[in-house]
Every structure is written in structure tokens, then in C-alpha cells.
Design a protein around this ligand. Sequence first.
Ligand code: HEM
Length: 184
Amino acid sequence: MRAFTFTGGDAGAWRIVSTTAIVGETLQNAARLSITSAQDAAQGSSFQWQLSGITSNDRYVMRPEKIELVAKQQGLGRPEASLGCFIPIRKTPEWWALTQDERRAVFEEQSRHIAIGMRYLPEIARRLHHCRDLLEPGPFDFLTWFEYAPDHEIAFGQLLAELRASPEWRFVDREVEIRTIREP
Ligand code: HEM
């Protein structure tokens, strides 16, 4: 399964603790977050917002980075990882006008996205979803999802601060941070 839908509404295993606009327009407050396959996504109007994205092949990772990532990263769904954070992100037209090699230079050589992120593994588990290639592209380019144990909540905040201070984030023009806690 590659296509996932995040629904902010009254249902779902994750209770929404806070919704914060980091840059650009926020999303409406909702009580709970449900994460399903796109096929199983709730229909109708009993939700505040619904966003879909597809997992994909890597765009920027080099072989040595891939080897290190695969060795260190953990999957979603660890019992102790009871905190979740959903961060939809949109990048500027300037970003999308760059070539692949120019984007890689900003992403890693200038911003150290992978090098920074790697320091937070294995504690933080993540999944990246792309939105631009959907038949009906939504309001964001990426949906990012993270899971971690309460002991690592402070570290997660440091990770966010480090990435947001990097040159890559000058190309982010909409970002919303939705903190959740798993409460089935
Ligand atoms: C847990 C530590 C993290 C690691 C190890 C990590 C690693 C990566 C890697 C390897 C990629 C590139 C995938 C590719 O080659 O296409 C990537 C992309 C991305 N990550 Fe992270 N990341 C981390 C945390 C974060 C956080 C906290 C955010 C959001 C605040 C984030 C947002 C993104 C976005 C939006 C992309 C797509 C960038 C683009 O294609 O333009 N990452 N990440």
C-alpha cells in the first residue's frame, strides 16, 4: 500500500493535542487523526480536513546515506512510540523551478537534512508522502509523519528547530504542525 489518507475529524487512533501553523495558513482544529489507506478513507462531511499522499522512491539519498538510514531507522507502530506528529508541508515555486542537482545541493550539502535527521535515529520513526503526483493534487506538497516515545519528545522539538533553521526551509511557504497522542 502506498497511498495514505490523513483525516482530521472525530475518529482515529490519535488524539490531536495541538495544531500550530508554522508558516502560512493553518488547518482547522480537529479532535482526532485517523491514518488509513486512501481507499479506506472516511467519506462524507464528518471531518475538518482530509489530506492524501503517496510514498515513493528516494529523490536525494546517496548510497552511503541509504546504507546508514536502513541500518538505523525503525518502522512505525512501535508500542512505546505513543506520540505522533503530522506535518504537511508546501514548498515555493522557486524550489520547484530548481533542477534536481540544485535541489540536492540545498537539501543536503547546504542544509544537512539527512545528516541532521540521522542523529535522531532510531528514536524517531518517520514516513514521507508525496502529493504533487496525485490525480488531484492537494494544498500541500508533502505529508510527513513521525512517531516517538514520550522520552524523546524534547529531542523531536530540537530536530524541528534544527531543520527549520536550515536553508532548505527558506523554500517552505506552508507548514502546519499537528501533535498527537495514541489513544485507541
Ligand atoms: C527523523 C529524522 C529525519 C530523517 C532521518 C529524515 C530523512 C529524510 C530523507 C532521507 C529524505 C529524502 C528522501 C529522498 O531522497 O527523496 C527526507 C525528505 C524530506 N523530509 Fe526528512 N528526515 C527527518 C526528519 C524530518 C522532519 C522532522 C521533517 C519535517 C519537519 C522532514 C521533512 C522532510 C520533507 C518535507 C522531505 C521531502 C523534501 C523534498 O523532497 O523536497 N524530515 N528526509
